[in-house]
Ligand binder design. Structure first.
Ligand code: NAP
Length: 284
C-alpha cells in the first residue's frame, strides 16, 4: 500500500485557525503580535518567501512590516535596523531573510537579534539553549517537522532517526530536537560514505540536503516516515524535493510532498513563535 501523505498545507491551515484564536485573545489584552521581516537585496526567491510570510501574518492577525535594504547595504546599516527593531515594542519577532549578500556575514545577524525576538530560533543564544534542552524558540523548519510527525501519530521516542544534512538552520537543530524526544539519531552529510547503509535503518528519515531526488526507494526502510525538507528548483520540472517521491511512496509508511509539505509548516511555525513571543510579554 502506498505511503500516507502528510499534508503540510492542510496542517498549516489548522495551525492558523488556532493561532487566530490566540491573537484574538491577545487583542483582548491590547496586545497585537508583530513580525518584522528584513530583506537585503532583491533576490526574487527571497522576495516571494517574505511576501508569503507577510500574507500569512495578515491571515492570523499578526502586525507585519517589511524592511527592505538595498543589496549594497553596509553591516552598520543592517545592525542599525536590527537595533531599532530590537527596541520597538510593536515588534515581537524579527526575521532576517537568508541568504544575505556575500559581503554581509550571517553570524552578524545571529548575534544582533535580541534572543526574545529571534522567532527563527537561529541566533547563537537560541541554538545554544536548544543544545542545553531549554529552547527559547525552536527553529521553524525542524519545529514544523516535529509537528507533522506528531499530527500523523508517528512516535519518536525510542525510534531510529536519520537526518541527512548538517546545516545550522535545519540538520543540526533537527537532530537535537529528535534526540530530545527520545530518538536515536544519526546525522549524515556529504562526507558520509554509503549513505543508504544509514538511511535504510531509519524509522524516521529527514532529508535536508538541497540535492534533488537524492533519496531513492532502495534507501528507505519499509514503513518508514520520510520527511522531505528540500526545496529545489529544477529546470523544466518546477520545484522538487530531496526525495524521489513516487517510488519512495511505494516503500514508505508516511511521506511529505514538495511542495505542500514542510514548507507551509515552516511558515506556520514562524507565526506560532511570533504569537508565543507576544504572549510572553504579558507574563514579563
Ligand atoms: P545547506 O546549508 O546547503 O546544507 C545542506 C546539507 O546537505 C549539508 O550538510 C551537506 O553536507 C548535505 N549534503 C549535500 N549533498 C549531500 C549528499 N550528496 N549526501 C549527503 N548529504 C549531502 O542547506 P539547508 O539550508 O540545510 O537546506 C537544505 C534544503 O532544505 C534546501 O533544499 C533548502 O532549500 C531546503 N529548506 C527548506 C525549508 C522549508 O521550509 N521547507 C527551510 C529551509 C531549507 P556538508 O555539510 O558536508 O556540505
Amino acid at each position: 500500500m502506498p505511503a500516507h501523505v502528510i499534508d503540510g498545507a492542510a496542517l498549516a491551515r489548522d495551525t492558523y485557525g488556532r493561532l487566530k484564536e490566540r491573537t484574538a485573545s491577545l487583542g483582548r489584552s491590547n496586545v497585537r503580535p508583530g513580525l518584522a521581516a528584513v530583506l537585503v537585496g532583491d533576490n526574487p526567491a527571497s522576495r516571494i518567501y517574505v511576501r508569503n510570510k507577510m500574507r500569512a501574518c495578515n491571515e492570523v492577525g499578526v502586525h507585519n512590516e517589511e524592511h527592505l535594504l538595498d543589496a549594497g547595504a553596509t553591516p552598520e546599516t543592517l545592525l542599525a535596523t536590527l537595533d531599532k527593531l530590537n527596541r520597538d515594542p510593536r515588534v515581537h519577532g524579527i526575521l532576517v531573510q537568508l541568504p544575505l549578500p556575500a559581503h554581509l556575514d550571517p553570524e552578524l545577524v545571529a548575534k544582533a537579534i535580541a534572543p526574545e525576538k529571534d522567532v527563527d530560533g537561529l541566533s547563537w543564544v537560541n541554538l545554544g539553549a536548544l543544545v542545553s534542552g531549554r529552547p527559547v524558540f525552536e527553529p521553524c523548519t525542524p519545529r514544523g517537522v516535529v509537528a507533522m510527525l506528531d499530527h500523523a501519530g508517528i512516535s519518536i521516542d525510542g525510534r531510529e532517526a536519520v537526518v541527512v544534512g548538517r546545516s545550522a538552520i535545519v540538520g543540526k537543530p533537527m537532530a537535537l530536537m529528535l534526540m530530545a524526544r527520545g530518538a536515536t539519531v544519526t546525522v549524515c552529510h556529504s562526507r558520509t560514505p554509503d549513505l543508504g547503509q544509514h538511511t535504510r535503518r531509519a524509522d524516521i528519515l529527514v532529508a535536508a540536503t538541497g540535492r534533488p531526488r537524492l533519496i531513492t526507494a532502495d534507501m528507505v526502510k519499509v514503513g518508514a516516515a520520510v520527511i522531505d525538507v528540500g526545496i529545489n528548483r529544477v529546470e523544466g520540472k518546477g520545484i522538487t524535493g530531496d526525495v524521489d517521491f513516487a517510488p519512495v511512496r511505494e516503500v514508505a509508511g508516511w511521506i511529505t510532498p514538495v511542495p505542500g509539505g514542510v514548507g507551509p509548516m515552516t511558515v506556520a511555525m514562524l507565526l506560532a513563535n511570533t504569537v508565543q513571543a507576544a504572549e510572553r510579554t504579558l507574563r514579563a
